[in-house]
Design a protein around this ligand. Sequence first.
Ligand SMILES: [Zn+2]
Length: 326
Amino acid sequence: MIHEKPHFRNRPEGIDGGFRQQPSPVDRLRKAFKNGRPRLGYERMVKMQLGDFTVTSVSDGLIRLDGGTLFGIVPKPLWQQRIAPDRRNRIALGLNCVLIQTDRGNVLVDTGNGGKRQALMRQRFGHRSSRLLSEIKAAGLSPNDIDYVLLSHLHFDHAGGCTRLGAEDAVVPVFPKARYLIQRADWEQFRTPNGRARGSIFTDDYLPLGDSGQLDLLDGDTEVIPGVWARVTGGHTHAHQIAVMESGGQRAAFLGDLVPTQHHMAPAWITSVDSFPEETLERKQELLERANRDNWIVFFSHDPHNRAGYVDRTDDNKFRLRPVTP
Ligand SMILES: [Zn+2]
């Protein structure tokens, strides 16, 4: 059963309200990691305090995707200077998700690949094993503790971890108590996918959520819990959404596949599977300008090295990442 009326308030204006400059979360992060605790690397979780929220970049591991798919119209001689492909022209990418722990509930943004198609995922995409649940555990939570799963969109590398194989190979939700949140316009598209989308999705990632009664369809920008918003960008899919969070005057955003890696901060670097690349171009420009101006921390869905950082501008007016690493 699908809940037609989500119980959240639509409050798009809330995304823009009340931002104030506060001490940097990175300063707190540095403090947390002094005294000989391990330095952060791309394989380690990035955990930070954002006002009253604890925000952690949790990963489902590494995946290998075709470089041409990832960089669209950018010629290979250009992109391979930044990321070297393997002999099958694939580049290694993170399956990065974000966990937001608050006293009003725990929100997981995206779910990675999951573990349902291990053999296929290993052979075709080099995904060795799903590790999202162990990273969630390392952050101190179990699947039962997740109250909301906010999905940027339904491509398999974001929605695969929504479901798992249960008894007698029945496909069941991974997070038994969670509401799963997706934009209605994307749900309608992906419920009966067209030929172009078919290579990027597996319907058993998400159709069982409707059957279990855990699906909430969102109509536009929505406040999930106080301080955490789903904001529609489109571009990558009909109604691709990002997560914007604010607490204590500090703000962060998970950019989903609008800006999957730091390389995609450049205007023309847009994946070839984007449904509306011109819309991607406009939305990401707006968002990066905002993130730069207001000192947001941005989280990338697929960057293999830097899961999060601040958006700086270079002297020649390009965007550049200042990674969150102590
Ligand atoms: Zn995608």
